[in-house]
Design a protein around this ligand. Sequence first.
Ligand SMILES: Cc1cc2nc3c(=O)[nH]c(=O)nc-3n(C[C@H](O)[C@H](O)[C@H](O)COP(=O)(O)OP(=O)(O)OC[C@H]3O[C@@H](n4cnc5c(N)ncnc54)[C@H](O)[C@@H]3O)c2cc1C
Length: 410
Amino acid sequence: MACGATRDVSTAVRWARTVGLPAVPRTGLGHNYAGYSATTGLLLNMARLKSIDSTPVPGPRSRTRTYGRIKVVHDAGTVTVGAGVTNGDLHPLLEDRGMFVPTGRCPTVGVAGLVLGGGIGFSDKMFGLTCDRLVSTTVVLADGDVVEASQSSHSDLFWGCRGGAGNNFGVNISFTFQYEQFQGDVGFYRLSWSLDSALPVMAAAQRIAVDTLHNKRFHLRVGMGTHGLTRIEIRANAGVNAIGQYYGDLDELREILAPLLAIGTAEERSANNASVREVTPGEASVLLSATTPVQQFAAKSAVLTSRTLLTDDQVTAAAAQLREWPGSNNEDGAGFAMFALGGEINQVPPDATAFVHRNGVFVLAAETSWADYDPPRVATANLQWLPEFYHALFGGTPPPHSYQNFPDRP
Ligand SMILES: Cc1cc2nc3c(=O)[nH]c(=O)nc-3n(C[C@H](O)[C@H](O)[C@H](O)COP(=O)(O)OP(=O)(O)OC[C@H]3O[C@@H](n4cnc5c(N)ncnc54)[C@H](O)[C@@H]3O)c2cc1C
C-alpha cells in the first residue's frame, strides 16, 4: 500500500490487525540488509511521505563556534521530515541553505531506517548520531493510535526509536531533528594503499582512532577490500583505504594523519598527500557519499572497543582470506570497513537511548556482494565466504555487540 498520509497508515495497521496480516513499513528502496522491510503480508510503502519543513528558531542549547575556517551554529533550528525522505533529499539543504543534519553515506538510504537504528556517518563524532539529533517523532502504534514520542511524552517509545531498529515499536510517520547551520570549509582526505601495507595502515589507523577518540572534529573510516572475477584480478585489486573529514585547519588534519601519510610507496604517498584538501561542506557530502552496497550483498558487523581492536594476526588472517574471495561481477566486491566512533557519540550514556554502543571505538562491517545476473553458484560461494572472512577476523569469539543497521541475513 502506498501511504500518503498518517490516516492511511493508521487505517492500514488497523485493517491488517483485524485480518491477522503482518504489516511492514518500507522507506523506499528497502535497504534493510536482512530483508526486514519485505513481507508476504501488508507492505506499507512510505516513499510518498516526502515533506521537509524547517523552523529556524534556535533551541535552548544553541551556540556559535568556529572550527578552523568553518563557523557552525549548533542547534540552529529544527527540521521535520516525512518517513519517505532519504539522505539524498536532505543533502540540498546543506548545499543551498547551509543546514545540516548528520546522516549516513548513501543518498538512497531512508532517514527512517537510518535514525531508528542509530545512524553513523562522517559528522557523528562532531554532532552525534542521526538518532542523537532526534527531538520527536510521530508514530502509529499497533492499535492504529497516533502518538508523538519525545523526551517528555511516551519517553520509553522515544528511547526505542533512537537505535532500537525499524519496525519494532510502530510505524513512524515523521521525525523532527535539531539541525546545524554552516559557513566555511572543512578538511577532506581519501587515502589508499596496496594490501602489502595492510599491517602498518591498520595499526596506525587504529592508534589514531584511539588517540582522537575524544577529538570530535576528526572522522575516519578505514578498511580493506577487493573486487574482480579471476584470482589474478582479485589479488591485484586488493587494497587498504581510509577516508574522512576534519572540522578545522588542514595543518591540524595533516598532523593527525602523519603516521598514515608516511606509509606506502612513493607514488601512494604522493597521491595520499595530494588528497588532503579543503572543500565546502556540500562538496564533502558528495565526496563522502557512497551508493554501495548495491544489487546482492551480505554483511556481518561488530562493535570494537579499545580492548577488541584488530591485532596484526587478525589483520593478516583477514588479508589472506580476502585474497581467496570467490569473486563476482559486482564492482563493490568484498572486504571490511571500520567507522570510528567517539566524540559526541560516546558522550551519551549507554542506557540513554537504544543505541547502546557508546563505549565503542569502531563499528566494523564485513561485506560481500555479487551481481543480480551472476549464476547461483556465485551467490552460494559468496554466502559461504563471508562467515569464513568474519571467522578469520574474530575466530570463535566475535565481539558481543553488532550494529542494528548492519544485520546478518537470516
Ligand atoms: C548503500 C548503503 C549505504 C549505507 N550507509 C550507511 C551509513 O553510512 N551509515 C549507517 O548508519 N547505515 C548505513 N547503511 C545501512 C542503513 O542505515 C540501513 O540499511 C537502514 O536500515 C536503511 O533504512 P531504509 O529506511 O533505507 O530501509 P528500509 O529497508 O525501508 O527500512 C529499514 C528498517 O526500518 C523499518 N522502517 C522503514 N521505515 C519505517 C517507518 N516509517 N517506521 C518504522 N519502521 C520503518 C523497515 O521495516 C526495516 O525494518 C547503508 C545501507 C546501504 C544500502
